[in-house]
Write a protein that binds this ligand. Sequence first.
Ligand code: SAH
Length: 373
Amino acid sequence: MPRPGELTLVPARRGKPPRHLADLDVDARRQAVADLGEQPFRADQLSRHYFARHVNDPAQMTDVPAAVRETLAATMLPTLTTAVRHLETDGGTTRKTLWRLFDGALVESVLMRYTGDRPRVTLCVSSQAGCGMNCPFCATGQQGLTRNMSAAEIVEQVVAAERMLADGEIAGGTGRVTNVVFMGMGEPLANYKAVVTAVRRMTDPAPSGLGIGRRGVTVSTVGLVPAIDKLAAENLGVRLALSLHAPDDELRDELVPVNTRWKVGEALDAARAYFEKTGRRVSIEYALIREINDHAWRGDLLGKLLNERGRGWVHVNPIPLNPTPGSKWTASKPEDEAAFVAALEERGVPVTIRDTRGSDIDGACGQLATVGD
Ligand code: SAH
């Protein structure tokens, strides 16, 4: 377990997950198949099976000669994730899955179907096994960083969710993943390369990728400023969420230890620059913690700092704190939450309290942890 405030930006060396089709762009896939002595177009067939049909069982690849199916599937589509267990809530519309990776590392993803006027299916994915950012109110942060996930391990969570939806395993009928949020385990921008590759695989049109709408993908970060700048320059079209949790450096140093590297002002400047470069409105995530960060004056200060950087570029998502084991902190009182929101609204900042799901299965924001499972 990490010491309080200790950051781990680079994981200890571990074995690499097997290479997979989803780690490669279209040209590299063809090359990999050619290296096996097969026709490059076989790579396109495999891409169709995986990204368009969500199939990796060689028996179902009837357009590939039987003699080479097994070899191609074993080398290009190795098994990367094994479901250990599923937990469901909200009448079966929310499902948390625990995955075992090739080396025994454990990660979780959470699939949520929303009905009503904005029907959608959101998958919350992990990008690292554990997390090195050590935020004291987050269960994942308390377990420390095990390792980075590969692009294909990240994408596999989405493909698995597509299969669950196609098979009718999520209440509400069949369906497709419409949104992906990098709000599971890990700090996505600390695993930059794999995350960007995974985003490309998710958003490239089928059959080279999964064809999920770019604005349906949200990368959530503690505020690794150089990586936010780099992400803005990639032109990926994805949304950015900044986990702020305090508008003043004194408190944020404690709640989000990476603040000792990049201060509130720098993180907000990077978020504003992300909006300017991409046109995507940024979300500010703010877990409301009782009598810690939920004061009206902090809501007012946050509104002021956001407005100093312009209007219409940002909205705030307060999240009532979800309880985590061993933490003395709890969610704000309703009247304090209301006063915090009112202070922001008085400054004209759009605010939406995040509807958090899955807290009864430890599947809500900040509750994903695989220690002691
Ligand atoms: N490392 C990334 C993504 C994972 S966390 C990040 O920090 O943004 C996804 C969101 O859940 C973040 O905004 C995080 O701060 C928030 N969160 C963490 N612990 C929480 C808790 N106990 N209650 C509510 N939200 C929490």
